[in-house]
Design a protein around this ligand. Sequence first.
Ligand SMILES: [Zn+2]
Length: 349
Amino acid sequence: MLATPRPVFPFSAIVGQNEMKLALTISAVDSAVGGVLVFGDRGTGKSTAVRALAALLPPMKAVSGCRYGCDPEAADALCEECRARSLTGPLKAATVPVPVVDMPLGVTEDRVVGALDLERALSQGVKAFEPGLLARANRGFLYIDEVNLLEDHLVDLLIDVAASGENLVEREGLSVRHPSRFVLIGSGNPEEGELRPQLLDRFGLSVEVKTPEELGERVEVVKRRDEFERDRAAFIAKWKKEDDRLRRRIVAGRKTLPGMELPDDVLVAAARLCMQLGTDGLRAELTLIRAARSLASLEQAAAVAVTHLRRVAPSALRHRLRRDPLDESGSAARIERALAEVFGAAESA
Ligand SMILES: [Zn+2]
């Protein structure tokens, strides 16, 4: 039995933080964008935003009793058990909320990937597998607070699994694999340790969040938070319309995405921008294109346009610049300059 989920703060009621909200929404439309890295001060609502977005998404159909929450309609992404079950008849499904799994610091690798019980395998000849966090995160979000404090090899592993959509556990000749498709969201405080550039580059988007400096905005943040704490149900009801509207846009965007036209001039523009900034490899360009396509789908545009590219460029590129990737003003200014040089200053608003 699932407990009634604790009501979460509505996504639409989050004040400001537009870049973060857009990056999360883009990744909800297309998880292939590759996750979001959120840099910023403590208490800027990073975790709230992820939870709010997951709560807003339509609940998913999952195979009843499956430990990995397999999608009964995705025949190519079923776990071994569901594949076996599907041979004997249609899979029974239940509706479940989109999972958000927290990655605690100091977590062991076994707890993340799952544990194979070698003793039982040897003594009883059964393959006993205790699923880990990667099983629970399947088809949802995996949230790492302070990703820069997590061991590099774990971050590496998470990114690998997120990219492949599959978790493979191998111990002493035994192996288990199961689907594990999720959007990786990492939050970090740049003052508390850096991420290796190789890891930074593997996150799709990155955004910076700040405590609002404008008086009116600060007041609004506190006001809404207070209103929410005093009467959660009433506050959620008040923002329901906005949240519903965004949900419909995301669902429509997901449908539009596969057929979204990607003209050559947009590809050329992306390449020129990345050359101008000297980003290494093709990952930057691919992410830039994917994010622009996701945004175009979200907005039901006829085709991806250079304007979409411009709007996602800071998030897609700022963590890939070679020097001072975390120096926000520096990298943002460099991207702005490159945008102006490639596309002309007039359009760069
Ligand atoms: Zn399954």
